[in-house]
Design a protein around this ligand. Structure first.
Ligand code: AMP
Length: 471
């Protein structure tokens, strides 16, 4: 199930003018799962920027005529936004574009800065004026300020990285270069590839590289800056190794698409492994293993394989629900519209039900009651994420602790409240087995934060009421 997600970034660098907007369109389509609030494309035609962005899904914002209206270009940058900071309004659509003394720049960002409020207020005190309420504009400001003194745009990006803290996977487009950078912790994924005819493509996830016919080359290293220009590709590793890597482990559990490979680990394999581990940790006598579509399916397969209990499709997801659908106020009813239980599969059975995670618990409560109404005899829920206990400051929208069910109830109470016969959460201590041994961030589960905790972590921290504004 997906209720909220984060952002996807995409960029193209071609040695000659191509239909760069079309590349972005297919790339954004493949990244739509990372954000559904807004999307945008900026194409660079010989130094002139052409942009289109709006609220809505990629298919709605970009009908064929709108894509055809873009000129050919050698570069483009694109973004699909969920929006963890800043209200859902047109001003906050990305890529952000700025004109500065040395030219222009377009920028797409995935992640959340943990020092955004401090940086922004310092800039405001020095006279800066902001048009949006996103962290991305702060990044754009810092890069353009550095650009005044730096010999090149890539050097300005590198100097900006000395100041930025937290999560950022960035794509920056200048008149002549496409630059991508991943924060030194590597919180959010970023990778690049190349098409058979030599067009470079950068994306949040490898599924978007393949969507445009590019072969993935590798992930951008935590702290690495890649510069694509007429000189080919250059890597700057000056910031690499400055911090311990902290890829968000929830990318494997929920965010990313299963056909993506992040930092060398297949998302699908990580999910199957999560299911196998759940089977070891919480065995139960049952007749059927089934998963909540889509992000619970691979883990259900893993549970089934490891336990020997047959896998079956117990839930069907309606594929035709988009954001334009007027969803009912009540989230339990939302569940009914999105999902239905297959009584032929579950009736009379002891069912193991696998979901990716529980936030407030509303969704699973609805799903459990659907399966119960369809005739299941017992429902044993296994969850591929540990309990959410802490907020995330790095781009994952984890509700405030007051709304996290695991903060308020022990496991046995949650099982009873949500109508389950038993409940098992993925153990925090075994998360490393999902990441192929790579270091990761599990702060939302463990409370172990890699950076200082922001003074004001509110999602709407840059929106102000009249009463908060100085005279
Ligand atoms: P809830 O009803 O609040 O428990 O919703 C849980 C469901 O929301 C999970 O099964 C996930 O599919 C989805 N979900 C969980 N965490 C997030 C998150 N940070 N962002 C988005 N969706 C999430």
């Amino acid at each position: 199930m997906s209720i909220h997600e984060e952002c996807g970034v995409f960029g193209v660098y071609a040695p000659r003018p191509v239909n760069a907007a079309q590349f972005c369109y297919y790339g954004l389509y493949a990244l739509q799962h990372r954000g559904q609030e807004s999307c945008g494309i900026v194409v660079n035609d010989d130094g002139l920027f052409f942009s289109q962005k709006d609220l809505g899904l990629v298919g709605d914002v970009f009908p064929p005529a709108r894509i055809a209206a873009f000129p050919a270009g050698t570069m483009a940058v694109a973004h699909t936004r969920y929006g963890t900071t800043g209200k859902n309004d047109r001003n906050n659509c990305q890529p952000i574009e700025v004109n500065h003394q040395k030219g222009r720049m377009a920028l797409a960002h995935n992640g959340n800065l943990s020092n955004a409020a401090v940086l922004r207020s310092a800039l405001e005190l020095s006279g800066a004026i902001f048009h949006t309420t996103t962290d991305t504009e702060t990044i754009a400001y810092i890069i353009t300020k550095e650009r005044l003194k730096a010999p090149s745009i890539e050097e300005a990006v590198s100097r900006a990285m000395d100041t930025l803290d937290g999560a950022y996977s960035l794509i920056v487009m200048s008149p002549q270069k496409l630059i991508c950078a991943r924060d030194p912790y590597g919180f959010r994924p970023l990778c690049y590839g190349v098409t058979p005819d030599g067009i470079y493509v950068v994306a949040s996830e490898s599924c978007a590289l393949r969507a445009v016919g590019a072969e993935p080359v590798r992930d951008v290293l935590p702290g690495e800056i890649l510069i694509f220009s007429k000189n080919g590709m250059v890597s700057n590793t000056g910031h690499c190794g400055k911090k311990e890597k902290r890829l968000c482990v929830f990318e494997y559990i929920y965010f990313a698409r299963p056909d993506s490979v992040i930092d060398g680990v297949s998302v699908q394999a990580a999910r199957v492994r999560a299911g196998e581990i759940l089977a070891q940790e919480y065995p139960v006598e049952a007749d059927l293993v089934t998963g909540v579509p889509d992000s619970g399916l691979d883990a259900a397969l893993g549970y089934s394989r490891a336990s020997g209990i047959p896998y079956g499709i117990g839930l069907i997801k309606n594929k035709y629900i988009g954001r334009t659908f007027i969803s009912p106020e009540n989230r339990m009813d939302q569940v009914k519209i999105k999902l239905s239980a297959v009584s032929g599969a579950v009736a009379g059975k002891r069912v193991v039900l696998i979901d990716d995670s529980i936030v407030r618990g509303t969704t699973l409560k609805g799903i459990v009651s659907l399966i119960r109404e369809a005739g299941a005899k017992e429902i044993h829920v296994r969850v591929a994420a540990p309990p959410f206990m802490h907020p995330c400051y790095y781009g994952t929208d984890i509700d405030s602790e007051a709304h996290l069910i695991a903060c308020r109830h022990p496991v046995n109470e949650i099982a009873a409240l949500l109508g389950m016969d038993s409940l098992g959460y993925f153990p925090v201590a075994r998360l490393s087995e999902l990441t192929g041994g790579g270091n990761y961030c599990d702060a939302c589960f463990s409370g172990r934060y890699a950076t200082a905790i922001p003074d004001d972590p509110r999602k709407d921290r840059f929106e102000q009421r009249l009463s908060e504004i100085g005279k």
